[in-house]
Design a protein around this ligand. Sequence first.
Ligand code: SF4
Length: 430
Amino acid sequence: MPFEGHLDQNDGWSVSGWAFDRDRPNEPVEVEVELSSGFTGRVRADEFRADLLAHGVGNGRHGFVYRLPLEWKSPAIETITARIKGTSFTLNGSPMSRQSRALVELVAGDIVNNCNLRCPFCIVDYANVKGLKLMTLETFKRSLDLLPITKPGNFWLSCLHEPTLNPQFIDFIEAVPDAYRDRISFTTNLAKRLSDELLERLANSGIHSIRVSFDSRDPAAFARLRQNGKYEIFADNLARLSARLKTSRRRPVLHFITMAFKDNYREIADLVRHGRELGSTIHEIRYIYYVPHVAHWGKEHILNAAEWAELERMLAPVAATGHLSVAGPVNGTREQFEEERGLADYVARETSFGGSQDPAHMVVPDPAVIGRMLPDEALRLRMRWDGVMMTEQISEDLFRVNINKLEYSAAYFASLRVAAMGKALEAVEG
Ligand code: SF4
């Protein structure tokens, strides 16, 4: 038979894999997905995957992701089988057990409201952010019952700001039960001098990953990009963290993030090589995200199409040495900078989300009402230093809740999901 294919994985929400006809290497095939409950569906296997191309699977455009139906009529354990339509060829990896659907995809928290640096490309405008406000350990502990319903690595101690500014930063991590440490991750600029003791505890914490912003090894370029940061402090923190991670038995993943600009793009391939020597598992290269307050700086510093293409060529030799993730500009980004879109009527805010209402006066919204406004998806939650939470899936004007007012936050957010699912079921059943 000329067919090949594999059912790779599912998370209860969707199943993915690839399928291919060697006799027609540049044409997509259709895949039939069958559940043991009797449901059948179809999907065209035409998504591009670099790994397929690298392994000689036609033109690489043979991947698929299929959104699974709700499981309300299914037996407790359901299996998924996939075959190429019109053939008896069953994809390897079939049948696969369907996973249970996660209630929460992400808790993007921040345990402070501020940063020690003022990077000129930061998506947060700190112009009107006042002082340093800290999450309390008590508020953090209220969020911990969300851990069992959140995916590994997806409970963040920092989304927008610098978590090491909280003097209790390491105590927060150690307040997480051992069984759920793998849910925790955070991003840091490593620009505040960190003690040996803190680094030792961190390296042995068993958390999922530490994401480090790493843009340059040139002190002058570092100072331009990481304004207020001193390269010597950053490099010293990083060297000591790396050494401790290499001997740790409960080692978090070391994950670097490099922002690419005119200032540093010619050294990024070397940064990736150096990062590997320091023990990195993942290195992400990112293009700037447009927000109005960075328009002027960005116009002078963003990479044009030719420079970005040159960067991709320079990265090719290091791409095979580990997990390199390269995210180019989102469509329209360069035009947004060119037009300075939204800058004329832009006003800096005091908080990135959640408004200025005193959380003590916030009323807990009825989850049955809010849930019916939500899409049928795992929740993507944001949590502010003071415990104010929202979801990315609905306007914050419609939904904000103070976690300090919830008896049991997992039950509250589970009931949001149940209401969302109930509405989706009604739509299916007509
Ligand atoms: S280190 Fe991160 S959070 Fe701080 S100013 Fe720079 S980009 Fe923003």
